[in-house]
Design a protein around this ligand. Structure first.
Ligand code: PLP
Ligand code: COI
Length: 354
């Protein structure tokens, strides 16, 4: 793939690495590439970060035909930049694209584009502990047309955002609200795809949870309204009586790359890992029995996020005395150790950008 590069003439001041937050600061450059039925993907370019012009009738504004991804670049003590399993993001992007009638992006093209734009802005990868460069690839439908149909033209872009912890609390356990009014996705819908509509559907419940002092929502299935699905921006794991349990991939939850990595590591460490349906009442029972040992979320932005409090109806389950559990801590240390290049990577997950 030919990628033209136009460098900015006004490089921005780099931010204070101790005050990054999540997703608020953007680097000097971004990647763009167009698609049309006649030309396929074309005109790959890296340009100065800035506003773009679109017709107000662009289809993405009206019917939400879009896909996005999320991954990170990490700067190790050796000064090298690393990506974590970018091929998995490329594969998932195409699963989402397929569901949304967006054309496929060849996997090697996706990974090459990510590497190229990170290379241009590699000085923006922060190195303070716990910080990284969040990478946001996305595709939007750009036909100027109000009919409901797949667009013929698309724009693929990649933005880069130096980021710290997703939750303000960092590794402090978060409170999660188990939602019993709204649902996020149903089987046969697009819950497994990473697309804006799923997140739009989540906002009303998130606002309610925030108002009550909870960080995020844990969704239940849309049919029986009792099986655990996932959290707003992460998959969820439970350690019940020594066994690691997580909802199976059923079409309505996102197949998280961190989830897959955690399952691999736990199995390697000798844990029994069950991917299955989990009834919320089973959790209540495990809590009552004292066998609900740890609860944690997994995600690119959230990494391993211990859950200290689960609210369901009138019940509030306090887990692990408000402290991170030993398995959650070990997963966090090992995963981030591999991501930053501090630990040996026995899985071949870490990809050095050279
Ligand atoms: N579930 C949802 C709804 C998400 O937004 C995310 C974040 O990407 C995840 C799960 C975790 O996926 P991953 O580990 O690939 O980041
Ligand atoms: C991610 O972890 O990459 C996410 O996309 C979560 C989120 C900010 C939606």
């Amino acid at each position: 793939m030919q990628i033209s590069i136009t460098k900015t003439t006004h490089p921005k001041q780099k931010p204070d690495e101790t005050k990054l937050g999540f997703g608020k600061i953007f680097t000097d450059h971004m990647f763009m590439m167009n698609y049309s039925g006649a030309k396929g993907w074309h005109d790959a370019r890296i340009v100065p970060y800035g506003d773009i012009t679109l017709s107000p009738s662009s289809m993405v504004f009206h019917y939400g035909q879009e896909m996005f991804e999320g991954l990170k670049a990490y700067k190790g003590k050796d000064g090298k930049a690393r990506l974590f399993r970018p091929d998995m993001n490329a594969k998932r992007a195409n699963k989402s694209n397929e569901r949304l009638c967006i054309p496929q992006i060849p996997e090697d093209m996706f990974v090459e584009a990510v590497k190229a734009v990170v290379e241009v802005d590699k000085d923006w990868i922060p190195s303070a502990p716990g910080t990284s460069l969040y990478i946001r690839p996305f595709v939007i439908a750009t036909d100027a047309f109000l009919g409901v149909a797949p667009s013929d033209t698309y724009l693929f872009m990649i933005l880069l955002s130096p980021s710290g912890a997703y939750y303000e609390s960092g590794l402090e356990p978060v409170g999660i609200w188990i939602e019993d009014e709204y649902v996020r996705a149903v089987r046969g819908g697009m819950g497994f795809a990473k697309t804006g509509g799923n997140y739009a559907a989540s906002l009303a419940a998130q606002v309610k949870a925030h108002d009550d002092g909870y960080s995020q929502v844990l969704w239940l299935d849309g049919v029986e309204r009792k099986y655990i699905e996932e959290v707003g921006a992460m998959n969820i794991f439970f350690k019940i009586n020594g066994t690691v349990v997580t909802p199976m991939l059923n079409g309505s939850i996102l197949p998280g790359i961190t989830r897959d990595s955690v399952i691999h590591m736990c199995k390697d460490w000798g844990y029994t890992v069950e991917e299955r349906k989990i009834d919320v009442h089973e959790l209540e029972q495990a809590f009552a029995d004292g066998t609900l040992e740890e609860v944690f979320g997994t995600g690119t932005a959230a990494v391993i996020s211990p859950v200290g409090k689960l609210r369901f109806g009138d019940e509030v389950m306090e887990i692990g005395g408000g402290k991170i559990g030993p398995l959650s801590q070990k997963l966090y240390d090992t995963l981030t150790g591999i991501q930053w290049g501090d630990l040996k990577d026995p899985y071949g997950w870490s990809v050095v950008i050279d």
